[in-house]
Design a protein around this ligand. Structure first.
Ligand SMILES: [Zn+2]
Length: 234
């Protein structure tokens, strides 16, 4: 079967009853672009896959995520292929809450999730990032500013948000910053910082709800025992 036609069918809930073997499927997109806009709101779709490959008990996954997310308007989950899932929400509030709660995990495997953009094919969405809250420790007094938190966030990955209670007036041991991490790169665990005339010093990071993490190469998704670097070093 033509997988593109199959997919359009799924997304728009249009029933394509006669499945021609010719290439009619692709034309539907262009000809009925307006119809697609009204019937299919890409913003309510999220694509996800597990950081670690492998099969998933789909029934159990659905039940677990529904129980965790409790979406007010419900969610429909579809397994597009092995380790690729499409989540259809019915309200912006639900999508937003779920995305803000990332990373989610199931059976100790973390889900990489991304909202679908208009015109994007769920099967070709790059899934290599994860939004996480990171705790920033050891900042010296003169460095505790929103601007600095933002810069630190952009140094770790891509800054998403600063915790609203970072500067609420109460003394804190650490500041929280939400960052989009590239999971194919080693996690940064510390960073050197200074003001022009002063000396360098280190600030350190803790990743909240950190997924399985390798202390050898610093990359998420496997532990030291399974690190490929073990096999490269004599
Ligand atoms: Zn490793």
């Amino acid at each position: 079967m033509d997988s593109t036609a199959d997919l359009i069918n799924d997304i728009n809930n249009i029933s394509l009853e006669d499945e021609d073997e010719d290439e009619g499927g692709l034309e539907i997109i262009t000809e009925n672009a307006d119809e697609t806009q009204t019937g299919f709101d890409a913003k309510l779709y999220v694509v996800g896959k597990f950081l670690t490959e492998g099969r998933t008990d789909f029934q159990a996954l659905q039940q677990t995520l529904a129980a965790l997310w409790k979406p007010g308007m419900g969610v429909y989950i579809k397994e597009l292929e092995t380790n690729l899932f499409l989540f259809q929400f019915y309200h912006e509030v639900d999508v937003k809450r779920v995305m803000e709660g990332c990373p989610w995990s199931f059976n100790r495997r973390e889900l990489l999730m991304r909202r679908l953009s208009e015109g994007e094919n769920p099967r070709s969405v790059p899934l290599n990032t994860m939004d996480m809250w990171i705790q920033v420790y050891d900042l010296k007094v003169g460095f505790m500013t929103e601007r600095l938190i933002t810069e630190v966030g952009n140094n770790i990955g891509k800054f998403v948000a600063s915790c609203p209670t970072n500067f609420s007036g109460v003394w804190r041991d650490y500041f929280r910053v939400r960052v989009t991490i590239d999971v194919t790169k080693p996690l940064k665990r510390r960073m050197k910082i200074k003001k022009s005339a002063e000396d360098w010093y280190w600030i350190t990071f803790k990743y909240e709800n950190a997924p399985t993490f390798c202390f050898i190469c610093g990359i998420l998704g496997h532990s030291e025992k399974f690190c490929s670097r073990l096999f490269h070093t004599p």
